[in-house]
Design a protein around this ligand. Structure first.
Ligand SMILES: [Mn+2]
Length: 287
């Protein structure tokens, strides 16, 4: 890609989720710059820290000028210039402001990409960050050529059958405890085989669990190997999911977090549920 006579590379650390394959311009994205080139200026977008960006970018960043554009409140301000806006629902909104400021037109291609940033970072305009500003920016992008119906189909309605089959098998193991405050389910390796699915396809199951009325905490247990179990945690109540997962060596956000437990599935279930129930009771007494 060339911009005003200068070579520009758009780099994203792999793997790039296949659902984004429809984005205009995605073919220009590379995992690392071509061999032998030495970029002098690096823009980071939506990267809370330097570590998230992958090895190739990190090695350039040691001597290039870094411009860090982000909306994570926890951003480590690793850039030479830091543009941080925690009130932006998506970094795409910040990019929109920058294009306006520097007088670049927003083409239908740009509008489509920025709309996807807004759509996905607001969880399909459902998370708490779905502000009037987010909806106004989305409306403007739709006017400039983004097609909300087509984009929603591409992002949310292109799942393979195997993903739904796996989801069905996992949800059949669902247990609801503590008078509906805690729900959990399992994804086992035999289920992956039966559904002919990969573990990555289990990503949406935790959000289905988390849709139960009145729930406080949802936990999905994923059997990675005979002695490693991953957990995904969602909290809608007083429990800090990040703190709960940190107690197992994991982390994340207050409402969504995860951890890796070096135990077989059944042991991990007993271990984590014990701590989760304690956390629910402790959080309730603190209110
Ligand atoms: Mn983001």
């Amino acid at each position: 890609m060339r911009a005003e006579g200068k070579e520009v590379w758009v780099l994203v650390p792999p793997p790039l989720p296949s659902m984004y394959g429809f984005l205009p311009g995605i073919g220009d994205i590379q995992a690392e710059p071509p061999h032998g080139v030495d970029p002098q200026l690096v823009f980071f977008f939506d990267s809370g820290n330097l570590e998230r960006s992958g090895n190739a970018v990190r090695s350039i960043a040691t001597h290039a000028t870094i411009i860090n554009v982000d909306h994570h409140p926890s951003n480590t301000r690793f850039g030479d210039i830091n543009v941080i806006d925690p009130n932006a629902a998506a970094v795409g909104q910040m990019v929109m402001e920058m294009l306006d400021h520097f007088g670049y037109p927003i083409t239908p291609t740009i509008a489509t990409n920025l709309y996807v940033a807004l759509l996905t970072d607001t969880g399909g305009f459902r998370h708490e960050n779905t502000t009037p500003r987010a909806l106004e920016d989305a409306a403007r992008l739709a006017r400039l050529g983004a097609d909300p119906g087509r984009i929603a189909t591409q992002v949310y309605k292109m799942r393979p059958e195997t993903t739904l089959k796996l989801s069905g098998l996992a949800l059949a193991t669902m247990r609801v405890e503590m008078d509906g405050r805690l729900a959990w389910a399992k994804v086992t390796r035999p289920m992956l085989k039966e559904a002919n699915a990969a573990m990555a396809e289990s990503e949406g199951i935790i959000d289905t669990l988390n849709s139960i009325a009145g729930l406080e905490l949802a936990i999905l247990f994923k059997e990675v190997s005979s002695d490693l179990t991953k957990i995904s945690v969602r909290s809608r109540g007083a429990v800090d999911a990040a703190a709960l997962c940190a107690s197992f060596g994991g982390g994340g956000h207050i409402r969504a977090a995860g951890a890796e437990i070096e135990k077989p599935m059944d042991e991990a279930v007993r271990f984590v549920l014990g701590a989760a129930k304690e956390a629910i009771l402790a959080a309730a007494t603190q209110l």
